[in-house]
Design a protein around this ligand. Sequence first.
Ligand SMILES: [Zn+2]
Length: 232
Amino acid sequence: MQIVDRILTIIITATLTSAVWIVAGGSLIENATADSQRAATRPAEAAPSPVPPIVLGNDSMMEPGATDAADAGGLDVETVATPDADTARQLMVPVKNIRPGDLTDTFSDTRGGGARMHEAIDIMAPRGTSVVAAAPGVVEKLFTSKAGGKTIYVRSPDRLTIHYYAHLDEYAQGLKEGQRVRRGQRLGTVGSSGNADDASPHLHFAILQTTEQAEWWEPANAVNPFPLLTDR
Ligand SMILES: [Zn+2]
């Protein structure tokens, strides 16, 4: 008779445990829904499956505590969401085959015989090397100026940041104003157009903080690209 009692105990424990797991699974799904609303790009991976907790609950040796599964579910969501957020913030070195360690901080150099600050970084590279978008955005203006030569103004999706690429040799074929570009997309080639020295082709890259309403040509606040490109 003791064996029957033991079996009954196991069945009752298993049933109660399953009920706990089902409730725990329900709260996990609620958490996952809230998380997937925050990280809408990865809904499938953000939502933990309710199946594994129920399977675990059938093990009568397991304590009927839901904390293990809840912790594991929370960790899963965290590890999925965190790298994505970091990647979205990072800038890419906007010249192909140039690594962060190759860069020199020239932001505070003077130009025009000391009349003004450089407020950009010069990225040295052979003429014809691909210039790529440091971050996603919209090509707001393709502009040729005496100083910058062939230039590109790419505006961030929130319109608060403009990336300025200057001294290009050529624009990428078909590149046009209003076009959306993704990070790493080819924009053109390194050159020395404008007031750059023909003997040292380079990309002049500036980051300008502006306001939503400001035009591309209006004065904006330059921030140093060097720490943003190298600090990772
Ligand atoms: Zn420069």
